[in-house]
Design a protein around this ligand. Structure first.
Ligand code: CA
Ligand code: CA
Length: 102
């Protein structure tokens, strides 16, 4: 049985390759594959982005080596960035909950 963290890492790898294998290079996400991944796996985050060009912006930000595709390393930086943002919200909620003492 993998631990929670080991399971999370495995999930990250599986999700990436599920979408990366749809077209073209099976080791990288094209713009279309990234869009599909975001719509299916990060829909609540994508909904908070009201900009219709959000995918293009995200793609440009992620594609640090400039080859027009998102590899696993570049994808992980998105997950890390989102995780940091979520953790900050979690901390805030924890603080607010703590202040609700009678
Ligand atoms: Ca691909
Ligand atoms: Ca790239």
């Amino acid at each position: 049985m993998p631990s929670d963290l080991e399971g999370a890492m495995e999930t990250l790898i599986m999700v990436f390759h599920r979408y990366a294998g749809t077209e073209g290079n099976s080791a990288t996400l094209s713009r279309k594959e990234l869009k599909q991944l975001m719509e299916m796996e990060l829909s609540s985050f994508l909904k908070s982005q009201k900009d219709p060009a959000a995918i293009d912006k995200i793609m440009k930000d992620l594609d640090t080596n400039g080859d027009g595709e998102v590899n696993f390393e570049e994808f992980v930086s998105l997950v890390v960035g989102l995780s940091i943002a979520c953790e900050q919200i979690y901390q805030k909620q924890k603080q607010t909950a703590g202040q609700k003492k009678p």
